[in-house]
Design a protein around this ligand. Structure first.
Ligand code: AMP
Ligand code: SF4
Length: 402
């Protein structure tokens, strides 16, 4: 995690916020920006926010997302004499603002934003203002709100509400909001081509977040219910894969009238297995503990939000069988993830995505389930609304290439 306060004092460290941000003095400032990301690799040089000294003043940027054509930008800028302090694509924004054909730093920020179409939600600090911006597709979420006599900004409204913010609103795609001593100024730098990430609804976001008026828990519940309407499996109990499979499992259970029970508990003292560079199998195994009493001799249907590489589900099926389950059916409340994400979600490279290498029957055999079924893309779009969401990791139709 990293933070930069408005006098450009910097604190960066590897690890969770509460292991790095230990001193009160880092909260003593009238403004600042910060960033957390979930990868555990890389040096502190690669931790955001990134700071640059330009002839328009010092600037710092923290960015959620990925620039899909970053290599082209790096090449373009390096050939024009730019020097980079990291390999983070977010640095491109700072270079563009520095090179922009304006003296005014705000105009330079807008110019830089208008050059890059995807994918970013970002906070950008200058001594005179903080700019908050979202790309024209709005792939990644971004919210602003009022807090005491100031303002707060975060990716999810749930985080803002948790601290007691009011007047919480979504930043519209293609819009930048400037916060300064003079107040708030909103500027649209491009028309909205809204393609919000459907995976935020499926897995990433907190259940208490709401995007475009649709609550995440409610959306997952509806995906689970629709999953059952499309796949009427016969079973004794529904088991959620905690935590992200819970809302979908509730929907599946409610629609099917098959009772929901906790057949798999989660050991909360072990970190997130998806992001651990090695030994994922052992970590997933230690993390999920079956309740024998619940699953023994039962026909179970286990519900999770997604299968990416397939490791997790293979282990879950094995654990449930070892605990005495008679049949193990697997329901996934999203379509098969068959294409990589270029917009900031760390799924995996194409060949690591099990659904890019195998069909559903082959995946079923691989994870050793009695049956395996996914939500259809139609079903997902029925829940999320036909327009305005990105589903590229399911169908390969990347909005920035269309
Ligand atoms: P896998 O073993 O790769 O199939 O991992 C799938 C599991 O990881 C599911 O239980 C998801 O809840 C979770 N998951 C899916 N996508 C991601 C992601 N991009 N980052 C972290 N966890 C994820
Ligand atoms: Fe989200 Fe998938 Fe689109 Fe990436 S490709 S932004 S994960 S929906």
């Amino acid at each position: 995690m990293g933070i930069v306060l408005n006098d450009f004092r910097v604190l960066k460290g590897r690890g969770m916020v509460d292991t790095v941000l230990l001193e009160e003095r880092w909260m003593e400032s009238n403004s600042g920006i910060g960033h957390v990301r979930y990868s555990t690799v890389g040096s502190t040089k690669e931790i955001q926010p990134i700071i640059a000294v330009t002839h328009k003043g010092k600037m710092a940027v923290a960015h959620n997302g990925t620039i899909p054509n970053a290599d082209d930008w790096f090449k373009h800028l390096l050939e024009r004499g730019a020097v980079f302090q990291s390999t983070i694509d977010s640095e491109i924004f700072l270079h563009l603002a520095s090179m922009a054909p304006y003296d005014d730093p705000k105009a330079s920020v807008v110019w830089a934003l208008s050059k890059i179409s995807a994918a970013y939600a970002l906070v950008w600090m200058h001594a005179d203002f903080i700019a908050v911006a979202r790309d024209p597709y709005g792939f990644r979420p971004l919210f602003i709100g009022r807090y005491k006599d100031g303002h707060v900004v975060a990716s999810e409204d749930a985080a803002l509400r948790a601290v007691g913010a009011v007047n919480v609103e979504e930043v519209a795609p293609g819009t930048v909001v400037f916060f300064s001593q003079d107040g708030i100024e909103k500027q649209r730098f491009e028309e909205s081509k809204r393609k919000f990430c459907s995976f935020e609804y499926i897995y990433f976001a907190r259940p208490d977040s709401t995007f475009s008026g649709l609550n995440v828990h409610r959306a997952r519940f509806m995906m689970g219910a629709q999953l059952y309407r499309e796949n009427r499996v016969d079973a004794d109990i529904v088991i959620p894969v905690l935590d992200s499979g819970l809302s979908g499992a509730l929907g599946f259970s409610s629609e099917s009238s098959i009772p929901l029970d906790f057949g798999l508990m989660k050991n909360r003292y072990i970190g997130r297995s998806f992001i651990m560079p090695s030994g994922r199998k052992e970590i997933v195994r230690k993390k999920l503990v079956p309740i024998r009493d619940v699953v023994k001799d039962k026909r179970v249907v286990v519900i999770d939000d997604s299968i990416v590489r397939g490791t997790t589900m293979g282990i879950i099926v094995q654990i449930l069988r070892e605990a005495g389950a008679r049949e193990v059916h697997v329901g996934i409340h999203s379509p098969p993830v068959s294409h990589p994400c270029y917009y900031g979600i760390d799924t995996a490279r194409k060949k690591e995505l099990v659904a890019s290498q195998m069909n559903i029957e082959e995946i079923r055999r691989e994870v050793k389930a009695d049956s395996l079924f996914y939500l259809s893309l139609e079903g997902l779009l029925g829940v999320l609304g036909r327009n305005g969401v990105c589903v590229a990791c399911f169908n390969g139709e990347y909005p920035h290439l269309r």
